[in-house]
Design a protein. Structure first.
Length: 651
């Protein structure tokens, strides 16, 4: 064998584990060289481009700080002992306190196969819906808004709508830092189409706003008022597509009554924008049929997030700008598999395959398919309520997977206290030590990116393979394997006797088609017959993909066919609060942001020196007038208080 043959490089295509863009990653492996990371040129999401985080993925592969074996109360253990203990504690808790004393808190970092097995165990075999995900914090508003309007959690459009649009409206979305590859697509689209206009709606002038033709520095929480006013303007300007509205929607009259009840003076107050700015935006939207409205965490992470989502959707339904290339409302997810989690019912108020927990027929369908002894019949605890219930002693067993809630959850002190009080805490993670691991009775070593095999679904409903290119180290196991091991020790051997991720994916696909007579949007029944080789060689595809080889349009709702009872989309009247809602005892309003090159709680990216160079320390950004009022200049160290807690940071 020649030297060239001996060191022949292998290339494996996988997907990025960071944001919801879902970029394809190409991994080049050569025994004689370090692993090389590049963008997968064949992937539809990124066409070979990667952001700074994706390009640094190879640097996250070292085993430093890895959890490499199970442990019980800080002492090394093995999988047999650990999973038996977990099963025993789970069964004891259910027997003594009932199934609702058990909870799983999972993550958009899980692969769809992991998510599916966790959801199946909890809702079909434990019999409780107390499984929620960190995606709740960033996507629940969008899910609720979609379901109110469409009858289903359906994202109508695709990324290619960016290239087809003449107007892009970015709401609460700092794409430049949070979804950089989409920002690059917009930059290129503007070059190709000089008529393309970009509007950025954000209280701050972020890096994304540098690309904008118009930046609307809306008052925090003022987005719903802005789009409610827009709906009234569209009616005034006779831009409403009454053919579409009459054929495919219901409720526009009530939505318009609500919109017209908001005076222009109240609109200015609620939005924080002046008349000229509002009119400039409204006229631009009204005269541009090919409009895409992209929204993200600035909309979703709000006490009025669902209403804001529906205020955006209302405007697109009124103009018929939906489901057509270059038109539609577009929710961009935060995590790589937030969408996959929604497909398998990862939220506590959902069932698998986009079925509804409150629907008795859907519950029967899922239970019948799973042949399970039970099915959850009421919504479980949502993320914030879940940890409150742990603190209150109502939840006595919690299994946390692939997330670090002690840092990422609101009211971190309560989460710490809750886990400290909880009789039994299981944590599955990649790292040996993080803030949540400190509270674990049992620690389980999970497979990391590069070791996992499975699928993820990105923001445009594109399902991609995440492929393993490294062997599992030591006693590390995939999350689906750990969940199944516990399930089998509970006596559910046949239902959880999975040998690989492909088997789980086939089952997931079969459930999506089960008793689905075009009554549910999520249908990948064609994948239920995949062989293991088909699964290994899966090329990224956008669902739906029903069995039978039907040619299905990749966008939804251009011709109606919504998933409501009457097949019509529902307009939602939005009632805007015009009074200043800021409590009198608070001097300033704070808004969260993102570090450009970091991810979540930084347990992965924070270890990479090159990714820490852009922002070397925590900081707080202040409006210039607020800074002057408080005698603060650029670079000062300031202490910011919220109630009795405070942080010391640079201004």
């Amino acid at each position: 064998m020649s030297a060239n043959q001996k060191h022949l490089a292998t290339r494996i295509n996988t997907s990025c584990p960071y944001c919801g863009v879902g970029c394809g990653v190409s991994v080049e492996i050569d025994q004689a060289k370090p692993i090389k990371i590049s963008g997968d040129k064949s992937h539809p999401a990124n066409a070979g481009k990667l952001c700074s985080k994706g390009l640094a993925l190879a640097e996250t592969l070292r085993l430093t700080d890895r959890l490499l074996h199970p442990s019980i109360e800080g002492n090394p253990s093995d999988w047999e002992t650990s999973t038996q203990l977990i099963a025993n504690k789970l069964q004891q808790t259910i027997s003594t306190y009932g199934p609702d004393a058990v909870a799983f808190y999972v993550s958009g970092q899980l692969l769809t196969e992991d998510y599916y097995v966790a959801n199946k165990l909890m809702k079909g075999y434990v019999g409780s819906a107390n499984i929620d995900t960190n995606s709740r914090l960033c996507m629940a508003s969008s899910v609720a808004g979609h379901k109110r309007a469409f009858g289903s959690d359906t994202v109508p459009g695709q990324y290619s709508d960016i290239e087809h649009a003449d107007l892009l409206v970015l709401v609460g979305s700092n794409l430049a830092w949070c979804h950089p590859i989409l920002q690059q697509r917009i930059t290129n689209a503007k070059i190709q189409n000089p008529n393309l206009k970009v509007v950025v709606i954000d209280p701050r002038r972020t890096a994304t706003a540098e690309l904008a033709d118009l930046h609307l520095a809306v008052k925090p929480g003022g987005d719903a008022a802005l789009f409610t006013g827009l709906l009234a303007h569209l009616a005034d300007e006779e831009v409403v597509d009454y053919d579409y509205v009459e054929q495919h929607t219901s409720g526009i009259e009530d939505a318009l009554i609500s919109a017209f009840s908001l005076s222009f003076a109240e609109l200015e107050l609620a939005s924080g924008l002046d008349k000229n700015t509002l009119n400039n935006f409204y006229h631009l939207f009204a005269k541009t049929p090919k409009t895409v409205t992209v929204y993200s965490q600035g909309v979703n992470q709000s006490v009025i997030g669902t209403d804001t989502v529906n205020s955006i959707i209302n405007c697109h339904l009124a103009t018929g700008r939906i489901g057509v290339p270059g038109m539609g409302p577009f929710s961009v997810t935060g995590q790589p598999n937030a969408m996959g989690g929604r497909e398998v019912g990862g939220l506590s108020n959902m069932l698998a395959a986009h079925m509804d927990l409150h629907n008795a027929e859907h519950r029967h369908t899922v239970q019948e398919f799973w042949q399970s002894p039970a099915i959850a019949d009421k919504p479980g605890l949502k993320a914030v309520d879940l940890f409150q219930a742990v603190y209150d002693g109502k939840v006595k067993f919690i299994w946390i997977m692939a997330t670090n809630p002690v840092v990422s959850m609101p009211d971190a002190n309560l989460v710490k206290a809750a886990l400290d009080r909880c009789p039994f805490v299981v944590v599955s993670d990649v790292v040996a030590n993080n803030e949540t691991m400190a509270f674990a009775n049992v620690k389980l070593p999970a497979a990391a990116w590069g070791e996992k095999n499975g699928t993820v679904t990105n923001s445009e409903r594109c399902i991609s393979r995440q492929r393993a290119f490294r062997a599992l180290p030591a006693q590390v196991k995939p999350d689906w394997w750990a969940i199944s091991a516990v399930a089998k020790k509970l006596g559910y051997v046949k239902a959880f006797d999975y040998h690989n991720a492909a088997e789980i994916f086939r089952e997931h696909a079969a459930l999506s088609a089960y008793k689905n007579t075009d009554t549910r949007d999520f249908d990948i029944g064609a994948c239920a017959s995949f062989t293991n080789d088909d699964y290994d060689n899966l090329i990224p595809f956008t669902w739906p993909r029903p069995k039978g080889g039907k040619n299905i349009e990749s966008r939804f709702f251009a011709n109606g066919n919504f998933y409501t009872a009457n097949k019509r989309a529902q307009f939602i009247p939005i009632h805007v609060a015009t009074a200043n809602a800021q409590p009198n005892n608070y001097l300033l309003m704070a808004n969260t942001g993102r570090l450009r090159d970091q991810w979540h709680t930084m347990t992965r990216t924070g270890r990479i020196a090159t990714l820490s160079a852009h922002s070397t320390e925590p900081s707080i950004e202040l409006n210039l007038s607020d800074a002057e009022d408080n005698g603060i200049v650029h670079g000062d160290i300031v202490r910011a208080y919220v109630g009795h807690t405070s942080i010391l940071v640079r201004a």
